[in-house]
Design a protein. Structure first.
Length: 184
């Protein structure tokens, strides 16, 4: 049985405050990390494992070699992410995108930087994994089907994304009206 008890996501004001706090964080790549988490639904470990060679900027994708379910995924990179990537891009393909400042060749440990940004943004009861819920919730609220949400998040089973179904009620109503509203 899937535990659907926690679906915490950012509202618009919280998202704006968090991204603003990330922009001025001591770790210069926190903004990109959080922005990618929100827009791709990727897990923290998937993002931290990315190397520059995994990014295909022409196709606007990232290659996650192995996700939690053991399969590769290809998250899509949206324009704001691409802009930020171009700003900080490394010319060494083997480097981690989110490399440690103190330990070259290793991914950054982001827990403290993220906690500090969340506190600075005055957001309560929020974990990094909730950025994944934020992605799924925004997709549902904007009319994505459960299948599309599952594909974006890399879930094999729709049961994992049913927790977002209640957020798409308005979009389902718009769809039903568009398809059936003219019937007599």
């Amino acid at each position: 049985m899937v535990n659907n008890t926690r679906v915490r996501y950012l509202d618009q004001a919280e998202r704006e405050r968090l991204l603003a706090a990330c922009r001025v964080a001591a770790w210069s790549r926190l903004y990109l990390l959080v922005l990618m988490a929100i827009t791709t639904g990727a897990r923290r470990g998937e993002l931290l494992a990315l190397k520059w060679a995994d990014l295909d900027l022409e196709r606007h994708t990232a290659a996650v070699a192995t996700s939690k379910n053991g399969e590769p995924r290809t998250p899509v990179l949206v324009a704001p992410v691409l802009t930020e990537i171009e700003r900080i891009r490394s010319r060494r393909p083997a480097d981690f995108v989110f490399a440690s400042d103190k330990r070259p060749g290793r991914a950054m440990r982001v827990e403290r930087a993220f906690r500090e940004a969340v506190a600075a943004a005055r957001i309560e009861n929020f974990r990094f994994h909730d950025l994944r819920h934020t992605c799924a919730s925004y997709l549902a609220q904007h009319g994505a089907s459960l299948l599309e949400i599952a594909d974006t998040l890399g879930h094999r089973q729709l049961a994992m994304v049913r927790r977002y179904a209640h957020l798409s009620t308005a979009s389902k109503a718009r769809l039903a009206e568009r398809v059936f509203g003219g019937m007599e």
